[in-house]
Design a protein around this ligand. Structure first.
Ligand SMILES: [Zn+2]
Length: 471
């Protein structure tokens, strides 16, 4: 199973432009709205977009030179006040001279253990806690300016598909946009210029209601978690085409990996390209998928310096002054390529280097076999159309050697569909796992923020197996 990536944890949306006739009077949080308005118009965002456009057209050597001097400036300004780098002056030296490969790679455990030592006390920031290795939380500090730089990079990627942040959209995602749903599955948020649909209320009735409420509003993009867009895409395939969706020109996938069959489904149902990007809460690497080469992600040089060390994506961030991480191991895997076949330029015209074969922490989700052996869910290949009949699915494990595939669909799946999925999985895992299949309500397969969760692991294997987790 190839999972491509779209990971962005910032909020996003649009300044109010079009208020549809039936928009109602529900507004999102004023603070989020004001921040977003400011972001769209901010000189910082516009400056970043200009730099990205200029560098993307420049020669690769020039881009590299720009990065080296940017990194030196960034650390001259901010690195000096970070306690960890004061105690280890070789970091500052290396950043000022652009010789990162002499430094050790910084692991997540080190950062977790010494969280405060990586923060600059001079930079105003908000605290963010994110899931780290083995689900253990990692405390991060994110500068307020990062909100703007993040938006600039997202806008750059969306722009490749002709979508501006202020364009009308339908959005399927959870509570990170500054408003609760308060029992209503559909909200119009003028700030973001979108109809926001709760990932916890995806039903035929909600979708019919959504299209009814669109009125004269003509979305140009569908944006959201792949797991939440999937039920809508299935519904559109059954009930469409709908005139209200005729102007959709891109599907923007946020915050989760997407399965290949999901990408194919979205392309077909919405007759539009799928736009994905890769990033992480630690803000060291950002890459947008090439419009001409699916699975190839162009690294944004303005965001950070990216290396691949022993197969792992390692990044040195240049946007989050509150916690500048140097040679940080993202724990994601990938391959780094020059932009074009001869180090020149990609077919899309970009001179930015390319990340391929990106495999993330989500792919490393494990289930445990009859002898406690770890089995990556990546090995349970989902290319087969047998799984496309479900809107969502999740592996649930409570006991050694047993796993339940929990599935949800707007229309109850046929017994033959369930039997087929079970048979395919059982064939793949042989006698290592006993597979069962159960139909469950869709909302039980989501995290508290409404994202899909591929593995709900309740079983803990013995310590010897834990050791082999990172092999
Ligand atoms: Zn390209």
């Amino acid at each position: 199973m190839t999972r491509a990536w779209a990971a962005s944890r910032t909020t996003a949306g649009a300044a109010a432009r079009t208020v549809p006739a039936r928009a109602g009077s529900v507004f999102g949080s004023r603070a989020a709205a004001a921040a977003f308005d400011a972001a769209c118009a901010s000189p910082l965002v516009r400056g970043h977009l200009r730099t990205l456009a200029r560098l993307e057209a420049a020669e690769a050597a020039e881009v590299h030179q720009w990065q080296v001097s940017r990194l030196a400036r960034f650390h001259r300004l901010w690195g000096r006040s970070v306690p960890y780098y004061r105690a280890h002056p070789e970091y500052l030296q290396a950043c000022l001279q652009g010789r990162l490969d002499e430094l050790p790679v910084l692991g997540k455990e080190t950062v977790r253990g010494l969280a405060g030592s990586f923060s600059s006390p001079r930079v105003p920031a908000r605290r963010v806690t994110t899931g780290g290795t083995g689900g253990r939380p990692l405390d991060l500090r994110i500068s307020y300016a990062s909100f703007f730089t993040e938006w600039a990079h997202i806008a750059h990627v969306w722009g490749r598909a002709g979508v501006r942040p202020t364009d009308p959209k339908i959005t399927f995602r959870g509570g990170s946009l500054g408003a609760g749903f308060a029992g209503q599955p559909i909200l119009f948020q003028p700030t973001y210029n979108h109809f926001l649909v709760s990932p916890f209320h995806l039903s035929d009735r909600t979708f019919a209601d959504l299209l009814d409420r669109l009125g004269d509003f003509r979305p140009v993009a569908v944006w959201g978690y792949p797991s939440a867009v999937t039920p809508f895409a299935h519904w559109v395939a059954r009930t469409g085409p709908h005139r209200a969706l005729s102007r959709v020109r891109a599907v923007l996938l946020a915050s989760e990996g997407a399965f290949d069959w999901q990408v194919a489904l979205f392309r077909e149902v919405f007759s539009a390209p799928v736009v994905r990007w890769y990033g992480q809460s630690e803000k060291v690497v950002f890459a947008g998928e090439c419009p001409c080469r699916p699975g190839a992600y162009h690294l944004a040089p303005t965001y950070g310096l990216t290396e691949v060390v022993d197969g792992r994506i390692v990044g040195t961030g240049m946007t989050n002054a509150a916690m500048p991480l140097v040679r940080y191991d993202t724990e994601d895997a990938g391959t780094l390529l020059p932009p074009g076949s001869r180090g020149a330029r990609c077919v899309c015209g970009s001179s930015f280097p390319v990340l391929t074969d990106v495999r993330g922490r989500w792919d490393q989700s494990l289930v445990y076999g009859a002898d406690d052996e770890p089995i990556s869910t990546a090995a349970l290949n989902f290319h087969d159309g047998a799984f496309a009949v479900f809107d969502r699915f999740q592996f649930h494990q409570e006991r050694r050697g047993e796993v339940e595939l929990r599935v949800a669909a707007a229309r109850p799946p046929a017994a033959s569909d369930l039997a087929r999925a079970r048979h395919l999985l059982q064939e793949r895992v042989g006698d290592r796992l006993r597979v069962s299949v159960a139909v469950v309500p869709p909302e039980t397969l989501l995290s508290v923020r409404g994202k899909g969760v591929t593995v709900d692991q309740r079983y803990r294997p013995g310590p010897a197996t834990e050791m082999s987790r990172n092999v």
